[in-house]
Ligand binder design. Structure first.
Ligand code: AKG
Length: 220
């Protein structure tokens, strides 16, 4: 991946809100394929993909965590709700990938960005993610989301309420989305997966994979 990270400043950017930027077509097909292969390797263990419980209900995505294991009660090192094993570390290439995405969104290098957790979610055609804020982190640093496979409708809202105003964004395979600063605590979710839209060669035949990079602000 070292030489495969997209050029920092060579991608189109679409501002969605102050601090929120959509990077359509940011990753080439061979990069998407490579990331999909990484996900399959992560899902083989030590901690397999699982659907975390939220308020007694299972999420409809299948999640693999790196760096820290996420549960509805916060981040921990061991996947106590799955098999008790420690999750894999965040690979160095993923830190550089995150820095490249933040740099592309800002239009300036982002050496300050050091993601220490990846939440990778696989969505089958009927999976969704309800509107929520990412507020389990103790740091206010950027969230980077990368999409592979079927296009989804990604709803990106405001910081006050799950309701309007929001924008419905068709995140497609290879797109990245970065939110930070005034947009960091905006409510967001995935309202629909558009089955059959995964482009040939992206590494997924069906469904959608998202990789979300964050800084927890927790002591290493
Ligand atoms: O799948 C996505 O793009 C969004 C994931 C998400 O909202 C999250 O992990 O908090």
């Amino acid at each position: 991946m070292a030489d495969e990270i997209p050029d920092l400043l060579d991608s189109s950017t679409i501002p969605v809100a102050e601090g929120a930027t959509w990077l359509p077509g940011w990753l080439a097909p061979h990069q998407q394929r490579w990331l999909a292969d990484q996900f399959r390797a992560w899902a083989a263990g030590p901690v397999p993909a699982s659907s975390p419980l939220i308020h007694g209900n299972r999420m409809s995505t299948r999640m693999v965590c790196l760096g820290w294991h996420w549960t509805a009660s916060g981040y921990r090192r061991d996947a106590s709700d799955v098999n008790g094993r420690r999750v894999l570390p965040v690979p160095e290439w993923a830190v550089r990938l995150g820095q490249a995405a933040v740099a592309a969104a800002r239009g300036t290098p982002a050496p300050d960005y050091h993601p220490d957790v990846i939440l990778a979610n696989y969505y089958s055609a009927d999976a969704r993610m309800g509107m929520h804020q990412d507020k389990d982190e103790h740091a206010h640093a950027a969230v980077v989301s990368i999409s592979i496979g079927d296009t989804c409708t990604f709803r990106f809202g405001n910081t006050r309420t799950r309701a309007r105003p929001y924008a419905d964004i068709p995140l497609a395979s290879g797109d990245a989305f970065v939110f930070e600063g005034p947009a960091r605590l905006a409510y967001h979710g995935v309202t629909r997966i558009h089955a059959g839209t995964a482009p040939p060669g992206c590494g997924l035949d069906a469904g959608r994979l998202s990789m979300t990079l964050r800084m927890t602000g927790l002591p290493g």
